[in-house]
Design a protein around this ligand. Structure first.
Ligand code: DAH
Length: 318
């Protein structure tokens, strides 16, 4: 650092020398200037070399597999139980297990998707303003990091169509990571998690859907819950609902404190048609909601940003 300061001072002094050019006799000016320039180039060269070394030494190597914090001394031995799953990973596993126990298959979502699965296959009309509501990121090639797990609906419907035709119902959930170009604050993250559910059979009803959702939330929170629905709008369901639960007393809720947990509804006939399923014969319902909020309520967490922060103090709580 000291050496850098010294070189910068030399450079400053040298720059002051340039002012003297006008006092040098005309015939010597050229040589004088050339000498100054050569000195200046030499100093600049030295500065960039010193800066390079500094850059290399200032960057601390991080071993992302290390079983302790980067600034902590490595222990000589560590227990195989050191380290833990990220809370969202373990909670997503819990969520999947609850649905699996109810007979649902669990399939993976993706990290990069396309316009067709994000919008077209979900009955968003071209140029419809609802597309803007999703604040999607796009890659230069036009791919979309999914802004909701509903991007998987069309794939799930197509993948399970044959089973449906052979008389089995489609019952699938899709947990996954989603991305939105949002201003980040305590309740909004650009990267978060959702879980999608898709059910199709010949005779399923909205009542079945509400029963499944109630069962899920009551199992997840380990207690009976009051639920409520209110009208919503999604191009891929008709009718569409928002599903709310009353925040339990044990989690700091008061009577009448309802929280919106997810969007849901009967799958729009066009969505079934686009997956090659006859909406005259089959009916379905679907739902999708945030996992982060679900987990925050369970543990009384106030700031969603902790999940993506890599903050060890936060992670050690779990
Ligand atoms: N994908 C919607 C969102 O992120 C939520 C949603 C609403 C999913 C209705 C569904 C559904 O499957 O039927 O805002």
């Amino acid at each position: 650092m000291e050496e850098l300061e010294k070189l910068k001072k030399e450079l400053k002094d040298l720059n002051a020398e340039y002012a003297k050019i006008k006092d040098v006799p005309a015939e010597k000016r050229g040589e004088f200037g050339r000498e100054l320039n050569a000195k200046k180039m030499a100093i600049l060269d030295k500065i960039s070399k010193v800066e390079e070394v500094l850059m290399d030494t200032e960057v601390e190597a991080i071993d992302i597999t290390a079983p302790c914090g980067v600034n902590e001394k490595m222990p000589d031995v560590y227990s195989v139980f050191d380290g833990s799953l990220h809370p969202l990973t373990s909670e997503l596993n819990r969520v999947s297990e609850i649905y699996r126990a109810m007979g649902f298959d669990v399939v993976e979502s993706r990290q990069l998707d396309d316009e067709y699965h994000m919008f077209d296959s979900l009955n968003f009309a071209k140029e419809h303003p609802a597309r803007d509501g999703y604040d999607t990121f796009r890659t230069e090639e036009g791919f979309i990091p999914p802004a909701h797990t509903s991007t998987m609906q069309n794939r799930v419907l197509k993948m399970y169509r044959n089973k449906l035709l052979q008389g089995e119902d489609i019952a699938v959930v899709v947990p996954g990571r989603v991305y939105r170009n949002e201003d980040v604050d305590a309740t909004h993250e650009h990267t978060f998690y959702q879980c999608e559910g898709v059910y199709v059979s010949k005779d399923c009803t909205m009542g079945n859907m509400l029963g499944i959702l109630r069962e899920f939330f009551e199992t997840y929170y380990g207690q009976n819950l009051n639920i409520r629905t209110q009208p919503g709008y999604f191009p891929f369901t008709e009718p569409s609902l928002e599903f709310l639960i009353e925040k339990p007393k044990s989690l700091g809720g008061k009577k009448g404190d309802f929280l919106e947990m997810l969007g849901c509804g009967m799958i729009h006939p066009n969505v079934l048609k686009m997956a090659g399923i006859d909406p005259e014969v089959y009916h379905g319902f679907a739902w999708g909601g945030g996992i982060d909020r679900l987990v925050m309520l369970r543990y009384g967490l106030m700031d969603v940003r902790n999940f993506e922060s890599g903050n060890l103090n936060f992670l050690k709580e779990f």
